[in-house]
Structure formats: C-alpha cells, structure tokens
Design a protein around this ligand. Structure first.
Ligand code: SF4
Length: 420
C-alpha cells in the first residue's frame, strides 16, 4: 500500500485541512507514515504569515531535495499559504516539487468534486476543528492571508450541521469552528445566516458537549454573538479577540477598523454578559515606526484588560502586502525582540495570577489525550489541565480539583467522572 506523509505548520486552519487531506488520501488507498523517508507521497502544508514560518518551510523544502533525488519515484506536493497565484515562479524556484495546490483544495489528480465539502477526519480526536469560512475580505496592511486564501466563502449552515452530527457519530465531543474571520460567517450565503444562528443550530445537536469558534475580528463581533455565547449551554466561555496594538495611530496604519476605545468597550460588554469568560488576544510589536510610547500604550492596555492568553509576534514584512509596499521596516530586530520579551514576561505574570485563582476550585474538563503519562484536558475556558487516572478517560468529561497552577497550565486530581 502506498504511504503518505503530511508536514504541517501554521494556524489551526492548516491543521484541520491537513487532517482532512490525510483522510482523503486514506480513502484513496494511501496509508499514513510517521516520516518523509518512508513516504511515497509527501505534502508540505505551509505557512508564510511570518518570516520565521516561511524560513522553516523553505528549509524543509530544501531538506527534501536529497530525498527526492535518491527516490525520484516519490511525489512531493506543497499546499498552504506559500502557494500564490504565480505557481510558475514557485516551480522555477523549487523544481523538485511535483505539484503546488491552493490551501483548502485537493491535489489535482485527487480532485474532490465539491471542494467546499471536505472529507471528514476518519478517526477524529474527541476535540476537532471544522472550517466554516475560507478566506478574508479584510485588508489588514501587514497580512498576507487575503492574497493567499482569497475572498470569503462560507459553507452552508445545513452542511456544517450535518458534518457536526457525523463527527459526533465518530466520537467527537467538542468542535471548534474555524475561519480567518468567523464573525463574517454567512454574509455570502442566500439567507445570510450569521455565526450566532449557526451556534444556535449546533447547540441542538445531541452528543456534542462543547462548541468553540476562532478567530474573531473586533470590528465585526456582534452583540447577537455575545448573547449567543452567554445563552447557549454548549458554547464555551472562551473568546479570541486579536487587538494587535494599543495605539490608535498604529491601528490606523494596520487598517484594523477599530479604535482602542471601541475595543475596550467590546471587552467590557463581553465580560458583563459572560462573567467567567477567558479572553485571548494577539499583538504585533515593532510595526513600522512604532515608537516606544506607542509600544507602552500596548503594554498599558494588556495590564488594564488582563487577558488569559496573549500571542505576541514581532512584525516582519510580507512581500505583496500593503505595509511592505508603503512602510519601511524601520524598527531594529533587537528592539522588536526586546518588546516581544517584555510582553511575554508581563503576560506570564498576569496569567500566573489569573490561573492561581483556580487553586482549590473544581473545574470540568474534557480529556483530549495523553501527554507524558498524564491525561491532557481542557476547561470550558480553554485552560490546559493535566491529571493522572487509571481509567480510560479519553473523550470523557471529568471533574478535577485544581491542586497546582502555572501561567501555562493546571494540575489536579479527579473528583468525579461524568458517568459517576
Ligand atoms: S482579519 Fe486581517 S489579520 Fe485576519 S486574516 Fe483577515 S486580513 Fe489577515
């Protein structure tokens, strides 16, 4: 039986697409293998959202040259955000690659009749991802995604509901709905359902225990969606809301479409409606011409709003984006690195305090798998919890008494299993 190997980096969307592509290959007669050395068909699912990610993809592609040279019969394909509309140039640059195909598509010779209805994972994890909208109609000046993933295309609501029912049938307990901007879901569909409508529908499905969604755009997150999260029992109290900067001039240069004041008001609204909510955000430091006082505005906002999680990245110009064309990348790398570390250290202190409040409390977790001999699970708010237990807890809801906390995870003891 021919073997396949998929190497994936980047966002959850890439991971979900790789999982589905793997299932499709298995249906086409391939078998998964753990290393590229043994594979007949190798796929690199790439990310170029930052220079560091692109470098890793290029290194991986170069490392595969000798593999392809020694075994010319193997097929090497590249998908993900490296694949732009100029495939000819990519072919010239990487002649050892046999096929390039766009993110979310299927290789030409394995073409799915309906690309928007991807093959479901055959053996999904109890917690799995469901893409609901592809592409992005925003043009944040630093972002390459709209150029690679194209305009927004939503999947029909009924199709997603059917898919979630089928996933439940295959053992899934938790679904995370994915999109570059999930708040745009549905505007391109005939009846224009929105994400709140989709959540109301999915909440009625028997057997699904938890629903999440990623990623929100602060300018598009509606009061109706906040209400839905507050009201629906299966929708978890966890919201990702990338702010990117705490300075209004930088937000304008990024073309984010909101002000710090708008953002603060939205967070206040969310916290008043969903008191236990865990909020995460993304921040870019060292955007062109970001001054020290402007950076300090971001630091102040993070101190004020106290997020559960902050993902911080140093700006790197992405060729083809508006920022790369218009602005000089004029913050020295050492300065960017320094700002990034300051935010990481600040967030470590904030997350340590937030998580310490859970000490001694009992939380309900859903078990995702094993990690270094312990069960790995998550609270409804998305916090990682590790515990030991001799029962098979995979996919179970378990009540855990928290006995130890850190900025990144919790440890605890079982108080009760869901079926106790
Ligand atoms: S909302 Fe902005 S940052 Fe997010 S994918 Fe779209 S363009 Fe990129």
């Amino acid at each position: 039986m021919p073997q396949y190997y998929i190497w994936t980096i980047g966002c959850q969307m890439n991971k979900a697409e790789s999982e589905r592509l793997g299932s499709y290959l298995e249906q086409s007669g391939y078998q998964a293998t753990a290393t590229a050395d043994e594979a007949d068909f190798i796929v690199l699912n790439s990310c170029v959202v930052r220079q560091s990610a692109e470098n890793r993809v290029i290194n991986k592609l170069n490392a595969l040259k000798p593999v392809k040279g020694s075994r010319p019969g193997i097929t090497l394909a590249v998908t993900g955000c490296l694949v732009n509309s100029r495939v000819d140039q990519l072919k010239q640059r990487f002649p050892h690659v046999d096929y390039f195909f766009k993110p979310g598509d299927y290789p030409q010779w394995l073409e799915e009749p309906n690309k928007l209805r991807p093959v479901l994972p055959r053996h999904p994890s109890p917690t799995t991802f469901v893409p609901i909208i592809q592409g992005c109609d925003n043009l944040c000046t630093y972002c390459i995604v709209p150029y690679r993933r194209g305009r927004e295309r939503s999947r029909p609501l009924a199709e997603i509901a059917d898919e979630v029912k089928e996933l439940v049938h295959r053992g899934v307990k938790e679904v995370t709905l994915l999109g570059q901007n999930v708040d745009s879901y549905g505007h391109d569909l005939p009846d224009q359902p929105d994400l709140a409508d989709l959540l109301y529908e999915l909440n009625t499905i028997d057997g699904i225990a938890r629903l999440r969604f990623l990623t929100n755009h602060p300018k598009d997150m509606s009061p109706k969606l906040v209400e839905a999260v507050a009201e629906l029992d299966k929708v978890c109290e966890q919201i990702s809301l990338p702010v990117q900067s705490g300075d209004n001039d930088i937000l304008i240069a990024m073309r984010r479409g909101y002000t710090v004041e708008d953002y603060r008001q939205l967070v206040t609204e969310i916290r008043s409606k969903i008191p236990e909510v865990a909020l995460s955000t993304d921040v870019i430091v060292g955007f062109p011409s970001e001054t020290e006082p402007q950076f300090q505005q971001t630091v102040s906002l993070l101190c004020e709003l106290r997020f559960d999680t902050v993902h911080v990245a140093a700006y790197s110009p992405r060729p083809g984006t508006i920022a790369a064309k218009k602005f000089e990348d004029n913050i020295p790398s050492a300065e960017k690195r320094g700002r990034l570390i300051k935010i990481e250290q600040l967030q470590e202190r904030i997350a340590a305090k937030i998580n310490a409040q859970l000490l001694g409390r009992t939380v309900e977790v859903l078990v995702e798998g094993k990690n270094k001999g312990k069960w790995q699970s998550r609270t409804r708010t998305g916090k990682l919890v590790f515990f030991s237990d001799n029962n098979d807890c995979l996919g179970q809801l378990v009540k855990i008494r928290v006995e130890k906390t850190s900025p990144w995870s919790l440890q605890g003891k079982v108080k009760a299993h869901s079926n106790d």
